[in-house]
Ligand binder design. Structure first.
Ligand code: MCN
Length: 756
């Protein structure tokens, strides 16, 4: 039996990566390329008063472009944002700069060194303007950033039927603010682009998650027909939600056409940290009400999202937060008010989780706050309010319909694995003993949305002459292991061995359409499409095998264990895939075993889970150590348990990093306080405990695989569990909240403020 769904096999792509044989954009050799350096503003908000590039231009082989020469029109944000035209983002700043890192000039030269040196000789002068970096200040409109636009607000969705008395009947009402700090996606491979323009066609190599969408946007921006744009995404060294088409890429396409030379650019880490979009950057004021015995009745939220310097996807992510505002709980009344504002900071966008972590971070903090107020155990408050396993499909008070779940099952498993009661006893004991190392236990029960806007995906399967298969998919792996899991899906349905199945993705000339990879949607739509195309090929192959064996097509079966066609009940005569393909090739019929499909599900899927974090906090210094991390994540049917586990591990590390370490900060003038990995803190494996994973699989009816997404689950569940654990450790000191990241400084401040 070939290795199909549910079996662990090692990632087929890994030997290439581990032996340094991956091929990334920067490895792409093109003839006679010019090297591009973007000159970026160090001023967060200002008027460009002069750009003096004379010295740079005088250098041999150097060309310099500014907005005046480029003349590309500013791009409107995605259609869901209706904003004043003055807020459209220019590819290169013209007149005004709006964040530190914005492009003001472009330098091209014959080598990277010459290009960087020449960029240092472009002198830009600014008249600085007041910078706004705080979202509450931006919301107040005291400084208008886009006059004549009359407000900094770029997305406003007030509650449909506001009810002043929403919380009136509640015996207990708790309130607070949860900040989800701005952070970086920070892939190991930074962005890189190579572009050439030959015979009227742009070929562009991008480090991206979304090659086909990028092709469409590039064509639109540069006025090129679809057949005149080819996007190739080779190996990508991580994206974490951050990679897609950026203004730099549009400029690279323009430069290749304008100069008639190939152009290349690979950003530095410092450049990356100020210019690739940032994530999160959201604050939520919450009010949660319920009965004294722990039944939740009403929730009111005011979401404030920082869109950064120009409105884009980041503003819209607050809508995903709203969609998931009820989480795993049956809360009868929920009112959500959304405001997104522009500031003088790097524009925001999706970073692993994108809008959903913010919902679970807020909700799980609110539940713990409610538990503290009522004196109930946090696990008990959760249990009393979880949506019951027999209530699905379930529509929450904010109108989101969940497919299937067993939230109590996930919580029970995680608590049992953790030894929750024993941990509580140990906590008590340490408190009684006056131990300096305080034990904290944090819970989160979460549900998230994957394939959030119910997109479809392309999949095709082609049988090759030797009886192997080529799978073409519109999904695109930037680290997730699709070369392995997509092959497993096809193997399961065709009986062809995984090693004889090639997965083709990421080249718009080799895959006709696709949407790419984000929102943990690839398996449930791209994988499902590949599975569906496999079944179509098998059906057609049965007919063709019947013709070859002069049998009735209805009697023909495919023995999946060995990949052979024969008549039911008679194993001989039989045709293996290679026999059939060989005969069809000889007859000129092999193309009939090349079929494609588009799989479009009715709705998104809703992975869920429960996490338990155990921390030790030093009461004197505030330093914190994550001691244990227990994760039960249910993504429906699992294709490859080892890959799924790897995804959870990566997600947990990201979620823990947000809870304890990561934060992008600006000073009051909008100057970023981090420009490299010395000053921006991300953890390494050394800071992580060995993760304890509890397996659970509840298949979804939404797609034939029964699979939900798993790429972001760990990120969504881990942050609130760890955050709650830190506050739990300090709760007996009167601490009710610690700002995120819950690092030594913030913990120490919270202890001091509580009088400890
Ligand atoms: N999988 C599985 N069984 C399931 C679901 C998934 O075996 N029920 C497998 C898949 O087949 C795939 C992997 O797990 O090999 C992730 O699948 P899926 O959950 O469908 O997510 P996507 O492939 O769409 O990946 C996107 C998701 C997102 S949104 C971010 S951000 C992210 C992530 O995945 N960025 C990553 N994981 C990452 N992993 C790496 N190494 N690098 C990134 O940049």
């Amino acid at each position: 039996m070939p290795t199909g769904i549910g079996q662990t096999i090692r990632r087929r792509e890994d030997p290439r990566f581990l032996l340094g044989r991956g091929r990334y954009v920067d490895d792409q050799r093109v003839q006679d390329a010019l090297y591009v350096t973007f000159v970026r503003s160090h001023v967060a908000h200002g008027r460009i008063t002069s750009i003096d590039a004379d010295e740079a231009r005088a250098l041999p082989g150097v060309q310099v472009f500014t907005a005046a020469e480029i003349g590309l029109p500013p791009s409107p944000p995605p259609p869901m944002l209706q904003v004043h035209e003055s807020m459209y983002r220019p590819a290169i700043a013209s007149g005004t700069v709006r964040f530190a890192g914005e492009i003001v000039a472009i330098v091209l030269a014959e080598s990277r060194e010459a290009s960087v040196d020449a960029a240092g000789m472009v002198f830009v002068e600014y008249e600085t303007l007041p910078a706004v970096t705080n979202i509450r200040e931006a919301e107040a409109d005291t400084v208008l950033l886009f006059e004549p636009a009359e407000s900094n607000t770029c997305l406003r969705i007030p509650p449909q039927d506001p009810d002043d008395g929403l919380l009136a009947g509640c015996e207990v009402v708790v309130s607070g603010t949860n900040e989800s700090p701005r952070l970086l996606a920070l892939p190991i491979e930074p962005r890189a682009t190579v572009a050439e323009f030959e015979d009227g066609k742009l070929t562009i190599w991008l480090s991206t998650q979304t090659p086909h969408q990028d092709k469409a946007v590039l064509g639109g921006a540069l006025g090129l027909e679809p057949e005149h744009v080819r996007v190739i995404a080779p190996d990508v060294g991580g994206g974490f939600g951050g990679k897609g088409l950026d203004v730099e890429d549009i400029l690279m396409g323009w430069l290749a056409r304008e100069t008639g030379r190939a152009v290349r650019w690979t950003e530095t880490r410092s450049e990356h940290m100020v210019s690739m979009h940032h994530g999160r950057a959201q604050e939520i004021d919450f009010e949660l009400g319920g009965t004294r015995d722990g039944k939740l009745q009403a929730l009111r939220l005011k979401i404030l999202q920082d869109a950064g310097a120009y409105p884009g996807l980041g503003a819209f992510l607050a809508v995903l937060t709203q969609m998931m505002a009820s989480g795993v709980y049956d809360i009868p009344k929920i009112e959500v008010d959304i405001t997104a504002v522009v500031t003088n900071t790097t524009p925001t966008g999706p970073v692993r989780g994108a809008g959903r972590p913010e919902a679970s971070q807020m909700l799980e903090r609110a539940i713990d706050t409610f538990a503290a107020e009522t004196g109930l155990d946090p696990a008990e408050v959760r249990r009393r309010n979880l949506i019951a396993a027999d209530a699905f499909p379930f529509t929450t008070a904010v109108g989101t319909t969940y497919d299937v779940g067993d939230y109590a099952g996930a919580l029970d498993r995680a608590l049992e694995h953790a030894g929750y009661d024993e941990l509580r006893r140990e906590q008590e004991q340490r408190r009684r003993d006056g131990s300096r190392l305080l034990l904290g236990i944090g819970l989160s029960v979460y549900v998230e949305i994957t394939n959030g806007i119910s997109e479809g995906e392309f999949g095709a399967v082609e049988i090759t002459e030797d009886g192997g298969a080529i799978v073409r998919t519109g999904s695109f792996s930037h680290g997730q292991g699709h070369e392995t899991t997509f092959a497993q899906i096809v193997a399961q349905r065709t009986g062809i061995e995984v090693e004889n199945i090639q997965v083709v993705a990421g080249d718009t000339d080799r895959v006709p359409r696709g949407t790419g990879t984000y929102g943990s949607k690839s398996t449930q739509i791209g994988g499902a499409a590949a599975g569906q195309a496999s079944e179509m090929v098998v059906d057609r192959a049965k007919q063709l095998a019947a013709e070859q064996l002069e049998a009735n097509p209805e009697d023909m079966v495919l023995d999946l264990d060995v990949g052979r066609f024969h008549v039911t009940g008679a194993p001989e005569p039989a045709l293996a895939w290679a026999d059939l393909a060989g005969r069809l090739e000889a007859d000129g019929q092999l193309a009939e075993l090349s079929l494609e499909t588009d799989f479009k599900p009715e709705q998104p899927t809703f992975p869920f889970g429960a996490h338990v974090a155990v921390v030790e906090v030093d009461a004197d210094t505030g330093s914190v150590r994550l001691v244990r991390m227990i994760a039960c994540d249910d993504a429906g049917t699992i294709i490859n348990p080892m890959i799924a586990e790897g995804q959870v591990h990566g997600g947990l590390a990201a979620g823990i990093a947000q809870a304890l370490y990561e934060e992008v900060r600006y000073d009051s003038e909008g100057t970023p306080q981090h420009s490299n990995l010395v000053t921006y803190c991300i953890p390494s494996a050394a800071e992580m405990p060995s993760f304890e994973r509890v397996v659970m699989e509840t298949p979804t009816p939404v797609n034939p695989l029964g699979a939900k997404g798993i790429g972001e689950s760990g990120t969504i569940g881990a942050t609130p569990a760890v955050h709650n654990a830190v506050i739990d450790a300090l709760s007996h000191l009167g601490v009710r909240h610690v700002g995120m990241p819950a690092n030594g400084e913030n913990i120490w401040r919270a202890i001091v403020e509580a009088g400890g």
